[in-house]
Design a protein around this ligand. Structure first.
Ligand code: BV8
Length: 229
């Protein structure tokens, strides 16, 4: 069995029409990170933050998985391959492409979280600031998203997967945000072969054994054919 661990970022959803963060016209060009992706920003202006995620939830609902997402599902279904997908993305395109067991380390647009009792429930399409928690009734509903300064989800499981990886591939991520950007170093320490799929070398591109440059829909489809052989 070949254990393959994949980390995806906004770039794999770019060809589905979803904005990335660091492109000139990307999400961070229009919003200050501090205002929309930190607990402090949410405390300061919950309406701004909730509306930011409502807009992204609506965009994600309109988007479709692209051939890059589909290729990963086909890789997961190859005999002799155990594929684990860890995503930094908060859209649900991997799951809608049929990939199983996706780890959403930075949370998900489809989730709501209570800031008071940590209860989780399916997010409404349009969340209201100050909405009551269905369990404790505090007006503390928030998007179930990991903001800057918050601990990403499933880190223990992620490091277990990296320890057993034969191949680690980072797809469509600029390698700017930790701890995700540090996974390649961990995979290298564990002796995995590391491959970066991107349009250009990322901030941690020098740490990969291989670079496969081009749109993920093209490079991942080629990788699938290679793995099939
Ligand atoms: C934490 C959710 C600690 C919200 C996001 C050192 C160690 C540890 C932490 C830190 C550290 N130094 C600094 C930190 C703090 C911070 C951090 O890393 N800051 C950076 C800016 C320096 N990290 C954190 O705060 C993390 N938490 O460390 O907690 C802790 C410890 C104990 C107890 C409590 C806490 C939490 C970070 C999570 C933040 N949340 N997202 C939302 O989505 O709105 S971050 C967000 O940006 C994404 O989730 C993603 O992680 C990140 C980067 O985005 P990318 O996916 O890479 O997208 P980007 O636009 O940047 O790049 C797109 C790429 O795709 C490009 O390379 C492009 O070339 C490529 N591309 C484009 N099109 C295509 C393509 N590739 C292929 N095909 C295409 N078609």
């Amino acid at each position: 069995m070949t254990n393959i661990v994949v980390l995806t970022g906004a770039g794999i959803s770019a060809e589905s029409g979803l904005e990335t963060f660091r492109a000139e016209d990307g999400l961070w060009a229009k919003h200050r990170v501090e205002d929309v992706a930190t607990p402090e920003g949410f405390a300061r202006d919950p309406r701004l933050v909730v509306d930011f995620y409502n807009a992204r939830r609506a965009q994600a609902a309109q988007a479709q998985p692209n051939p890059g997402h589909m290729a990963l599902t086909d890789v997961q279904n190859l005999p002799g391959v155990a594929l684990s997908v860890i995503t930094q993305n908060v859209d649900d395109l991997h799951s809608r492409a049929g990939t199983d067991g996706v780890i959403h380390m930075h949370g998900s647009l489809s989730g709501a979280l209570c800031g008071a009792c940590t209860h989780r429930w399916p997010a409404p399409m349009v969340m209201q600031p100050g909405a009551p928690c269905p369990k404790c009734h505090s007006p503390a509903a928030r998007p179930d998203i990991v903001w800057f300064g918050e601990m990403p989800y499933e880190m223990e499981r992620i490091y277990e997967l990296l320890a057993q990886a034969d191949i680690f591939a980072a797809i469509g991520t600029s390698g700017n945000v930790y701890p995700a950007a540090g996974f390649v170093a961990e995979a290298n320490r564990q002796g995995a072969t590391t491959i970066e799929f991107n349009l250009e070398r990322s901030a941690v591109g020098g740490q990969f054994d291989e670079q496969r440059l081009g749109p993920a829909s093209v490079t991942l489809t080629a990788w699938l054919e290679e793995l099939r052989r």
